[in-house]
Design a protein around this ligand. Structure first.
Ligand code: TYD
Ligand code: MG
Length: 259
């Protein structure tokens, strides 16, 4: 059984997905399995995934999602992640997306941290996000640091920057009746919603090194939601719930605990 399971979600990012997958299979830490969960991408994207499917550590799944209405009915990446979580075998779990590149020592460093700290359930690292315009030029770059033991993880830690023990999942499932939230009101901040659930019980422990590199392209959900002329997918999304709601609710919970 592999020690680490990594779940990568993919949809139509042919320019980036190959590099994302490669960065995982090239990790210095090799005892891992990679679930590539594709949401029925175009042929160009699938052709760039195919060369990696011979690696015995890869399991590939492709959904049958067709219409935009199906894509907005549920937060698709949450659905795909929940499906993968039923199949994975690893003791430690990490998440990847088709536009994110792992530092080659990321998994090794996170595994060491969890191995050496048996009371820590979740670890996170710093990350860098580059914003790319239509011409492929970087227009902005931000670093999310990893300095504090974080009880307020929503919207300050990225989807691809964490690793957690598998043993937290039954607690989350029992409390919230789901693991990742499929409600499309959380499409924009699905990772924050999952971290909000985790923060009811556990903080995130920091490794203050940039261990993943993220890209927001004009096609990204974030970019489309903010676009003056959003595409059909973004137009059909329900109103999106906000970071503030999640963070305020965690703050209120902490205040009650202190009383
Ligand atoms: P992405 O476009 O990268 O949005 P952002 O980075 O702004 O949040 O999409 C996030 C993830 O969602 C990505 O891994 C692909 C996945 N996804 C699907 O699985 N199905 C879909 O229909 C869409 C739109 C995205
Ligand atoms: Mg993205």
């Amino acid at each position: 059984m592999p020690k680490v399971s990594i779940i990568l979600t993919s949809y139509n990012k042919h320019e980036y997905v190959g590099e994302s997958i490669k960065s995982i299979l090239d990790q210095t830490y090799e005892d891992l399995e990679l679930f590539i969960m594709d949401d029925n991408s175009n042929e160009e994207t699938l052709n760039n995934i195919k060369p990696f499917l011979n690696d015995h550590r890869v399991t590939f799944f492709k959904s049958e999602t067709q219409t935009i209405d199906e894509r907005v009915a549920k937060t698709r990446y949450a659905v795909l992640i929940n499906e993968a979580l039923e199949k994975i075998e690893g003791e430690y779990i990490a998440y990847a997306t088709d536009d994110n590149v792992f530092h080659m020592e990321k998994v090794e460093k996170m595994v060491n941290y969890l191995d050496n700290n048996p009371n820590v359930q979740v670890v996170y690292s710093a990350s860098q996000t580059d914003y790319i315009n239509e011409k492929g030029e970087i227009t902005n770059s931000i670093v999310r640091p990893a300095k504090a033991i974080q009880w307020l993880a929503p919207c300050v830690i990225d989807h691809c920057s964490i690793m957690h023990r598998k043993t937290i999942l039954p607690v989350i499932q029992k409390t919230f009746n789901s693991i990742w939230d499929e409600n499309p009101q959380f499409y924009k901040i699905g990772d924050a919603r999952f971290f909000w659930k985790i923060n009811h019980f556990w903080p995130f422990y920091p490794i203050n090194e940039i261990l993943d590199f993220n890209t927001i392209t004009p096609k990204s959900i974030h970019a489309q939601i903010q676009n003056a002329q959003p595409n059909e997918f973004a137009r059909k999304l329900p109103p999106q719930r906000m970071c503030k709601e999640l963070r305020d609710s965690l703050r209120a919970m902490k205040r009650l605990e202190r009383k």
